[in-house]
Every structure is written in C-alpha cells, then in structure tokens.
Design a protein around this ligand. Structure first.
Ligand SMILES: [Zn+2]
Ligand SMILES: [Zn+2]
Length: 169
C-alpha cells in the first residue's frame, strides 16, 4: 500500500485525457488510510473505492465506503455491530472560494464544492464527513427493539417487568 493512499497526486490524473478516470480501491485500518473518525468504532477494515474523473479544473470523485461499525442502541443501550456502506459524490475545484472585501462569498452553490490548491487532492476530510453523514442519529439494534423500562430500567427485550404490566392494565 502506498504511504498515503487517499492523497492523490494530480499528475496521476492530469496525465489522463479529459474525461478519463482513475480508479482507487484501497483497504486498511482507519490509521492506515488516515481516516480515524472521532466517536466512530470500526470493527472491520475500511474499504474505499473512488473513481476520479478528470474534468480539467474540476475533479469529480464518486465512490463508496464499506466497513463494519459498532453502535449503541438508542432504546436499549446495548452495543451492536452493523455493516456500513455509503456512496458519495464530491467535486474538487481548483482555487479557493472568492473573497470580496474581506468577506467570504457564500453562495449556496459554493458550499457544496471542495477547493484544492497545489498538486494533490486530499480525499480524507471529505470521506470522513461522509462517514459521519452515514451514521444513523438514533441507531436501533433492531426495528422492533422494546427498549428499557422507563421506571425500573429492565431491558424489555429480555424480560418484561412488573411496572410495565401495571401500565398496560
Ligand atoms: Zn435495542
Ligand atoms: Zn419496569
């Protein structure tokens, strides 16, 4: 594996003709890929597949992240693991956001773009953001999870409790 597999040397892309694409398919630990993501526990290696399309000053990056993560159920608080797969589509534009009289020009279209300068594109931040976006806000171990009794804390998936019985009668 190359030292920094998700930092792409633009000479690799610019040598391609316009409209041609470069495939990246790497697998490794978050550390190896530079994708350590705070608050996310990966329990399998990450696989990142990216197709980089050369459109002169815009590099179009389409890809997929595949791994397995550990989550805590929002209802019963038990930990569980789940396959993670997320497709993404990012656009890298040469240059920097235009600045007028010291203020950032924040047109809504600009916010979706990622700017790059120099002779390499660093895909890591964009991919890390996609990992965050792909994680459910309120994960459930199963759709039918019964959660904990609000009164005694019993895990109702395992056993019903007496206070619950009173509620329903
Ligand atoms: Zn649960
Ligand atoms: Zn109870």
């Amino acid at each position: 594996m190359r030292h920094k597999p998700l930092i792409v040397d633009l000479s690799d892309i610019k040598s391609l003709s316009l409209g041609a694409s470069l495939e990246i398919d790497v697998q490794g630990t978050p550390q190896e890929l530079g994708l350590e993501t705070e608050g996310v526990e990966f329990i399998s290696p990450l696989r990142v597949q990216v197709n980089l399309l050369n459109e002169r000053d815009v590099i179009d990056a389409k890809g997929k992240i595949t791994t397995e993560i550990r989550l805590e159920c929002n209802r019963c608080l038990n930990e569980f693991s789940r396959p993670f797969e997320r497709g993404f589509h990012l656009e890298y534009h040469r240059g920097s956001p235009k600045v007028y009289e010291g203020e950032w020009e924040l047109k809504s279209t600009d916010l979706e773009k990622i700017y790059y300068q120099g002779d390499a594109i660093d895909l890591r931040d964009g991919i890390r953001d996609e990992i965050f976006l792909g994680i459910p806000m309120k994960p459930l171990c199963q759709d039918t999870c019964l959660g904990l009794c609000p009164l005694c804390g019993q895990d109702l998936n395992k056993e019903r409790c007496n206070c619950r019985r009173k509620d329903t009668e």
